[in-house]
Design a protein around this ligand. Structure first.
Ligand SMILES: C=C1C[C@]23C[C@@]1(O)CC[C@H]2[C@@]12CC[C@H](O)[C@@](C)(C(=O)O1)[C@H]2[C@@H]3C(=O)O
Ligand SMILES: O=C(O)CCC(=O)C(=O)O
Ligand SMILES: [Fe+2]
Length: 329
């Protein structure tokens, strides 16, 4: 089997007598499906009142949902199609090439969770996690992938910056913060592939997590499976081919003193369908200070580097990121 994890997963599944009752990991056969709020960004370029209405909707969705969809987002269709094609090509190389030859010259390829020791830690996805500081290392036969990544991330960066400035304007964040701290090379691109999964009723595609960024520009295909933890239950997000998803990450939850929500999300695996998604994680330099201008602040101030190092230690020790609760006062 390619990718070759089935045997390991089979033994973990048969050795576990009881599936976890933890709500995070339970998989039911049907879920409520919701359409995320949909925001037409074209209005940002129109009259003052149309722009103000659009800004209001963006801030409201960030407060109430933490996730929303955008249309007329400014990323040209041919750039979206270009990266989607290159992403498929990269994942469709044989496993040995992706894993052993390290095709992108990057340390960021993983399949499943090699550290899984129990059911709840299994995940059924392959990831190329690409720090954008490293894209110049992608060369040779992968030049077209690199070019697609460069074109896509340049436009995703502009979208993420525009939205971040709108979200930050009323939070007391300096108007030059994003300009100075979130540079083209400080963000990350995560290319995800969820192969068809023979154990889709027992194993998740992606484990529950929040994103450690300001905002995530999420480009998913039509298969579905993305779920959000809202009001004490998992709800499914209805895919929309015309839209990109924007979700608030941990850094905006801190900067807004919990006004904007970094919502926990996960992805169900599918028995038949192969699913792809692309996450552009808009992040600052490691030495950028993350704090809320609102008083009293719920979090102590910390640098982005402190958060990523703490998360890495937590993942090593417990399998999960501790995230921003670690920095609560
Ligand atoms: C979409 C993803 C975020 C994640 C890596 C992954 O590709 C799949 C699951 C996520 C998760 C959940 C458990 C841990 O918190 C984490 C660090 C991990 O190893 O897998 C996160 C990843 C992350 O947030 O970067
Ligand atoms: O595949 C998805 O839709 C979600 C991926 C995700 O949550 C991530 O990469 O952070
Ligand atoms: Fe995520």
């Amino acid at each position: 089997m390619d990718p070759p994890f089935e045997e390991k997963y089979k033994s973990l599944l048969t050795n576990t007598t009881l599936l976890s009752k933890d709500k995070d990991y339970v998989i039911m056969s049907d879920y409520e499906e919701h359409e995320l709020p949909i925001i037409d960004l074209h209005r940002l370029t129109l009259s003052f009142s149309e722009r103000e209405q659009c800004v209001k909707e963006i801030r409201q969705a960030a407060r109430e949902w933490g996730f929303f969809q955008v249309v007329n987002h400014g990323i040209p269709q041919e750039i979206l199609e270009g990266i989607q094609l290159e992403q498929r090509k990269a994942f469709h190389h044989p496993f040995s090439k992706k894993a052993e030859e390290n095709i992108l010259n990057l340390p960021g390829y993983t399949w499943g969770n090699p550290a899984a020791t129990c059911l709840r830690q299994l995940s059924w996805l392959e990831v190329f996690h690409i720090p954008l500081t490293d894209i110049s290392k992608i060369s040779g036969e992968y030049k077209s992938l690199r070019e697609s990544i460069e074109a896509y991330t340049a436009t995703a960066e502009k979208l993420a910056k525009d939205l971040s400035e709108i979200l930050a304007e009323n939070l007391g964040v300096s108007s030059t913060f994003f300009q100075e701290n979130c540079l083209p090379e400080t963000s990350y691109l995560r290319m995800n592939r969820y192969p068809p999964c023979p154990f889709s009723s027992e194993v998740l595609g992606a484990l529950p997590h929040t994103d450690s960024c300001f905002v995530n520009v999420l480009n998913q295909d039509q298969i579905g499976g993305l779920q959000l933890w809202m009001n004490g239950k998992w709800i499914s997000v209805k895919p929309n081919p015309e839209a990109l998803i924007i979700n608030i990450g941990d850094l905006f939850q801190v900067a807004s003193n919990d006004v904007y929500k970094s919502i926990r999300h996960r992805v169900l695996a599918s028995k038949q369908a192969e699913r792809f998604s692309l996450a552009y994680l808009y992040c600052p330099r490691k030495d950028a200070v993350i704090e809320s201008g609102m008083k009293p602040s719920m979090y102590r101030k910390f640098t982005f580097g402190e958060l990523t190092e703490q998360n890495a230690r937590d993942v090593k020790e417990t399998g999960n990121k501790g995230g921003i609760p670690r920095f609560l006062m």
